[in-house]
Design a protein around this ligand. Structure first.
Ligand SMILES: Cc1ncc(C[n+]2csc(CCOP(=O)(O)OP(=O)(O)O)c2C)c(N)n1
Ligand SMILES: [Mg+2]
Length: 570
């Protein structure tokens, strides 16, 4: 005869019997409890348990994209335009492989993302069936945490921890491998609870005072603004700091969001990624106040160092990897940008008094003839000279798009050479109003705009993309049409990789452009769009541009406008 179960164990047993749930359903229930409303994915056999369980979770919207790099980029766009945790599911080793470029991008921007992949059943994997691969090792270099679930009872702890890690600053993607036997098993398990770590910390009083004093000692400070201004919702505070000091503010050299209010009288635009130019821009200043940024992240090698000799740095942000990463800082504070500024500005005012006020007034007056707003006016006049040019001038196109966009629209930008002026033309007014390619890995824009739109159903979205970039993930058009998104794609057709040609010419003095044109045969972008279910139109005449854009932006539906532009290299 079996010995009787002790009372405590019996209670636990009864609870387990009551809570019996499959791994697949528990996984979706856990995601929902972590605030997930959309699961972005591309299914295969190893994901079938999840697809099967979706039936029991009708409140979770599955968004299908036709390749895994798109799945992750759509999720990325959703998170960047909402600040929310996102979840996406890809197909075992080849699907994770396809997703890597987009995952690289999500790592670059610190996107809070739970990426999962179905995995062959444990044990079965040992026999090396097709599709099997070391998923955890594959994902590891690009995520904050990568893990495979080996027991169903560990699933809740793993998903809870994954959500917590992804959302705790420095935020970023995490990866979970989900073997089929775990998803299909059933057990009585507790789902636990969600935790969000509140990391909105302020520096100590001593550090704040030291920072205020150091800033007040500077003769000529300059502010460098980064993405943590968006993440911590500090646009107003950052503009207030600039106004308090009368100091110019630049976006850092990799600006990929609305990281400063463009119409602030102190805003000067973004730093470029040309070392010599950045050095020249920064050389009049004696203190760089870095707000939530890797300030001088560059692209192409140069012998010139972008930081002028003798420049001092004070830096604030939660991404501690970026604090003094390349250049030592006199003061480096691991703290929330918004919270720090909320305490710093009154401290500066109290310590600086009327002398600071007078200095600020002078500083703002000195910037009045060269700030973003003034430069915009000059630029508009300059670009407008090309209004009748045929083929259409790409800068003129950018200006027309900016002028035709509805006030509340969101711009997604992967326009490469055609959007070089777009942030000098369109002001950043809210933190989710502008999103651009960050890491340099193209093919992000089209799918990201789908995610941006899904996250902001009440705002029209405009995706401005180079023709070359669009072809890395053109099937994003289908997902947009499938969800009937109020999204307009503008494809700038210059028939090739203009930026690569420019660089071959500039760096090698070579104008023999091999593999940089796609004109034989030409790509029919309107044809592609129509075949994927969109309304599409091609514009070649500069006179038709304005009316075509206004008409597209004023009507509902997902559309593509292909604009043929001048394809000269320089
Ligand atoms: C994933 C990836 N592959 C290749 C490149 C190299 N690359 C950078 S820009 C570019 C061409 C972009 O062409 P397009 O979008 O048409 O813009 P354009 O230069 O014509 O303005 C290429 C191939 C890259 N950055 N990322
Ligand atoms: Mg091109």
């Amino acid at each position: 005869m079996l010995s009787p179960i002790p009372a405590a164990t019996a209670a636990g047993w009864r609870r387990h019997m009551k809570n019996r749930i499959t791994g697949r359903s528990a996984f979706l229930a856990l995601l929902k409890d972590e605030g997930i409303t959309h699961l972005f994915g591309n299914p295969g056999t190893t994901e079938l348990p999840i697809m099967h369980a979706l039936k029991d979770h009708p409140d979770l919207t599955y968004v299908m994209a036709m390749q895994e790099s798109l799945v992750v980029a759509i999720a990325d766009g959703y998170s960047r335009a909402s600040g929310r945790l996102v979840a996406c599911n890809v197909h075992v080793a080849p699907g994770l492989g396809n997703a890597m470029g987009s995952l690289f991008n999500a790592k670059f921007t610190g996107t809070p993302m739970i990426l999962t992949a179905g995995q062959q059943e444990q044990g079965h994997g040992l026999m090396e069936p097709v599709l099997y691969g070391p998923l955890v090792q594959m994902a590891e270099p690009l995520v904050k945490w990568a893990v495979e679930v080996t027991r169903l009872e560990d699933l809740p702890r793993i998903v809870r921890r994954a959500a917590k890690i992804a959302t705790t600053p420095p935020t970023g993607p995490v990866f979970i491998s989900l073997p089929g036997d775990i998803l299909n098993a059933e057990a009585g398990i507790e789902l636990g609870r969600s935790t969000r770590v509140d990391a909105r910390v302020r520096p100590s009083d001593e550090s704040l005072q030291a920072l205020a004093q150091r800033i007040l000692r500077a003769q000529n400070p300059v502010i460098i603004a980064g993405d943590e201004i968006v993440k911590s919702d500090a646009l107003q505070e950052a503009a207030a700091l600039a106004a308090t000091l009368g100091a110019p503010a630049y976006q850092c050299s990799t600006p990929y969001g609305a990281q400063f209010l463009s119409e602030s009288p102190c805003f000067m635009g973004a730093l470029s990624r040309l070392q010599k130019q950045v050095r020249d821009v920064l050389s009049p200043y004696d203190l760089m106040i870095v707000l939530g940024a890797d300030p001088l992240r560059m692209s192409v090698y140069s012998e010139v160092d972008p930081l002028p000799d003798g420049m001092s740095i004070v830096q604030v942000g939660l991404v501690d990897w970026d604090l003094a990463k390349n250049y030592g800082a006199e003061i480096a504070l691991k703290a929330d940008v918004k919270e720090t500024l909320r305490a710093l500005i009154p401290a500066l005012k109290a310590a600086g008094g009327s002398a600071l006020e007078a200095r600020a007034k002078q500083g703002i007056a000195a910037l009045a003839s060269k700030n973003w707003t003034v430069r915009r006016k000059v630029l508009v006049e300059e670009i407008s000279k090309a209004r009748d040019r045929s083929p259409i001038d790409p800068d003129w196109l950018a200006l027309q798009v900016v002028e035709a966009m509805p006030e509340n629209a969101i711009l997604v930008d992967e326009g490469l050479t055609s959007s070089r002026q777009i942030t000098a033309l369109r002001p950043h007014r809210d933190r989710y109003g502008y999103h651009a390619l960050a890491s340099g890995g193209i093919g992000w824009g089209l799918p990201a705009s789908v995610g941006v739109s899904l996250a902001n159903p009440d705002r029209p979205v405009v995706c401005f993309s180079g023709d070359g970039s669009s072809m890395y993930s053109i099937q994003a058009l289908w997902t947009a049409a499938n969800h009937k998104l109020p999204l307009t794609f503008i494809i700038v057709n210059n028939g090739g990789y203009r930026i690569i040609k420019q660089r071959l010419l500039a760096f090698h003095g070579d104008d023999h452009y091999v593999g940089m044109d796609f004109v034989d045969p030409p790509v029919d972008f309107t044809g592609i769009a129509k075949s994927l279910g969109l309304e599409a139109i091609k514009v070649t005449d500069p006179k038709e541009l304005k009316s075509t854009l206004s008409s597209a932006f004023s009507r509902p539906g997902t559309k593509l406008i292909e604009v043929v532009v001048n394809n000269s290299v320089n």
